[in-house]
Design a protein around this ligand. Structure first.
Ligand SMILES: Cc1cc2nc3c(=O)[nH]c(=O)nc-3n(C[C@H](O)[C@H](O)[C@H](O)COP(=O)(O)OP(=O)(O)OC[C@H]3O[C@@H](n4cnc5c(N)ncnc54)[C@H](O)[C@@H]3O)c2cc1C
Length: 311
């Protein structure tokens, strides 16, 4: 049980780059805060990045874990203010109270949501069943397991094409399956994938089922270009069809856009007083570590200013 015997200024929900930065700035500005993180440790998506990160200013990190270590090296209060294995299941937007799974409640002058995004799913038979049994979690991390195998990559964006290139280093064949005619990934990824002799593309196709025994051995498809249903024999599958925001806590309460991202102003303020949303949750345009960190700093500076003005 977490002790809460003092009035809090800020409750932060989510301990990824945005929430961690918000927590850091609370300490810096003398605001009393608690951060609740659903996972066993803070860091969010950083723990899923297995490639070097070369676009965070001033740091060339070997991986997300490496950047996480550097991030937290100057968050000395991490054990005091950041509480893991605490999933926020509900918020009261009028009382500014959060309820943690298990029933603990915490109130503050301001709530900052930093709950990030989750991978979009296909929603088809076999998708949950074959996780870890042919359905890969990460192309970069599991690239060696693809040696000599036939791997299907579903998706057309940066993540799909980048993974297709990585997997093609070891796999016998990589088949990129995408719904539209065009690919949406950045040109450099498309060029790299197209240059690999063992990467193939199946356009205008939709995967409808994943089947197998011990592990995946087939996918069923609707091939819209050919106007028929078909199957493909594969050994492995990687699904990269984008992400969706973890905005359920604000659904029906604050303004969201059509894709479910929280609408905020330039300070991170939602349509509700004293409720802020930061990081990927409110930023479909630039879902990056640097933007998430920046939005955390901005929101806390704005909250500090408004708390001072309200005194
Ligand atoms: C494979 C990969 C590669 C990437 N490469 C780069 C890169 O090179 N450069 C770059 O800038 N960005 C990169 N990104 C994106 C970057 O990681 C994200 O933009 C960044 O992590 C967003 O931070 P965030 O704090 O907004 O959200 P997240 O990192 O998603 O963190 C959100 C946190 O909130 C927690 N949470 C969710 N719901 C609740 C709840 N109800 N209660 C409590 N906690 C909750 C989650 O457990 C999570 O820890 C990459 C991402 C991935 C997956």
């Amino acid at each position: 049980m977490v002790r809460n015997d003092q009035k809090l200024d800020v409750v932060i929900i989510g301990g990824g780059p945005a929430g961690l930065t918000a927590s850091l700035w609370c300490r810096d500005l003398g605001l009393r805060s608690m951060t609740f993180e659903a996972g066993a440790r803070p860091g969010g998506q950083l723990h899923r990045i297995y490639n070097p990160i070369n676009n965070y200013p001033g740091i060339l990190a070997d991986s997300g874990d490496d950047l996480y270590e550097r991030f937290t090296s100057n968050i000395a209060h991490i054990d005091e203010d950041i509480f893991c294995d605490r999933s926020v299941v509900k918020i009261d937007t009028e009382d500014l109270t959060v309820i943690i799974h298990g029933g603990e409640k915490f109130s503050a002058r301001a709530l900052v949501l930093a709950t990030g995004v989750r991978r979009r799913k296909l929603g088809i038979p076999g998708e949950d069943e074959f996780v870890g049994r042919g359905i890969l979690g990460s192309g970069a991390k599991e690239r060696r397991t693809a040696a000599g195998r036939v791997v299907a990559v579903v998706g057309s964006g940066d993540a799909a094409l980048e993974n297709a290139v990585i997997l093609s280093e070891h796999a016998e064949r990589v088949i990129v399956i995408h719904r539209r005619k065009e690919l949406s990934a950045r040109p450099s990824f498309v060029e790299q994938a197209a240059a690999r002799s063992n990467v193939e593309f199946v356009a205008e196709a939709e995967v409808t089922a994943i089947t197998g025994g011990e592990s995946v051995n087939k996918i069923e498809l609707i091939d819209r270009a050919a106007g028929r249903e078909t199957t493909l024999d594969i050994d492995m599958l990687l699904i990269r069809i984008g992400v969706e925001p973890n905005s359920d806590l604000l659904k029906g309460k604050a303004e969201l856009d059509n894709a479910g991202y929280v609408r905020v102003d330039s300070l991170g303020r939602t349509s509700l007083p004293w409720i802020y949303a930061i990081g990927d949750l409110a930023n479909p345009v630039s879902p990056t570590i640097v933007s998430a960190a920046g939005s955390g700093a901005t929101a806390i500076k704005a909250i500090a200013r408004d708390i001072l003005a309200a005194r």
